[in-house]
Design a protein around this ligand. Structure first.
Ligand code: PLP
Length: 354
């Protein structure tokens, strides 16, 4: 059975990527070995790693002076690695609080350093991104670029004189990023890059010098930079899948993917805004193109819609329990036919079909 998977993560992968992975599963490039079985020290795997990095550098236009690292532990481990490596001068970190992933990052940072929330959209139920200029004199400022649960996104990079660190887990490679405006960005792979298990970190070289002497090897950015993400066994298969996803993006052209994302999100928001049954409460200027929450405003009706959607092969549309309602995640791999099918189901439900 084919379904359209609107999960927030792990999420839909491009069918051509899955087919390629399948065709290479048992015998990778004539080696007689599966990618799953390759030594991380083998020439074949080193080529996979190098190609993944160079595709990322090309598609994201990573400037010189940055290291690209492939780590484990999810975005969540970064919530600890960041303070451990970077909050080493004043032991003070500034945050802009834009929702539940910001708060998770703050919670972990508090274990290691002082934290300060210098702007927040909490009073607006996180339905927007704070826009007032911010001033920071902390060791760094942390922001959450795309807020996966609340469905908001930054559209402008906050300008501060301290290093800027951003969590791009749910929007990496969905649109161009001016990496030069950031000092560190990170993203778990299971939303827009590939499968769970790998976390991408792009770090400006000068930050590598901040790591204190007393910190275990895996937790140090400088370890991974020096060893080209091969200090220990990296998440080999997840890196390989990311390579296939990046090749899939490059084949179509990154602009094509970006345009498709914009069109898909615009189509859904246009529908929601004219609907008399469904709505999205996020400020118009701050709406995410990747994660779109919506609701009828009535729990039982939302439940009915979710069941109706499932009967129509539209799965994983349930909103996060803290937000409720529905959420459609429209990552790069969501085909436009999936969004069309969702629009059709929304329309028919609104017309009274059950
Ligand atoms: C999913 C997500 C995380 C957590 O990622 P893990 O890989 O599960 O640790 C962190 N931040 C954002 C913005 C996310 O969407």
């Amino acid at each position: 059975m084919t379904v359209f998977n609107f999960s927030a993560g792990p999420a839909v992968l491009p069918v051509p990527v899955l087919l390629k992975a399948q065709s290479e599963l048992l015998n990778y490039q004539g080696s007689g070995q599966s990618v799953l079985e390759l030594s991380h020290r083998s020439a074949l795997f080193e080529t996979i790693l190098n190609e993944t990095e160079s595709l990322l550098r090309e598609l994201l236009e990573v400037p010189d002076g940055y290291h690209v690292l492939f780590l484990q532990g999810g975005a969540t481990l970064q919530f600890s690695m960041l303070p451990l490596n970077l909050a080493t001068n004043q032991h003070l970190i500034d945050f802009i609080d834009t929702g539940s992933w910001s708060q998770k990052a703050i919670q972990d940072a508090q274990v290691y350093a002082k934290t300060r929330i210098i702007a927040s959209s909490a009073s607006n139920l996180y339905r927007s991104i704070p826009t007032d200029p911010v001033v920071s004199d902390a060791d760094y400022l942390h922001i959450t670029w795309n807020n996966t649960l609340e469905g908001t996104t930054y559209t402008h990079v906050p300008q501060v004189d301290v290093p800027l660190v951003a969590d791009f887990s749910s929007s990496i490679l969905s649109e161009p990023i001016d990496i030069s405006q950031f000092d560190l960005i990170y993203a778990g792979a299971q939303k827009n890059l590939g499968s769970a298990g790998m976390t991408l970190v792009i770090i400006k070289d000068d930050l590598l010098e901040r790591t204190p002497a007393l910190l275990g090897s895996y937790l140090r950015y400088d370890t991974h930079a020096t060893h080209h993400s091969l200090y220990n066994t990296p998440p080999t298969y997840s890196i390989y899948l990311t390579k296939l996803v990046l090749e899939w993006i490059k084949e179509q052209g990154f602009e094509t993917v970006v345009r498709r994302n914009r069109q898909q999100a615009a189509a859904l928001y246009t529908y929601l805004d004219q609907s008399t049954l469904f709505s999205n409460a996020v400020a118009l200027t701050d709406r995410s193109r990747m994660n779109i929450p919506f609701t009828t405003g009535q729990t039982d009706l939302d439940e009915q819609f979710l069941k109706f959607a499932e009967r129509n092969q539209l799965v994983n549309l349930k909103g996060h329990r803290s937000v409720g309602g529905m959420r459609a995640s429209l990552y790069n791999a969501m085909p436009t036919s999936g969004v069309d099918a969702l629009l059709d189901a929304l329309h028919r439900f609104e017309q009274g079909e059950r």
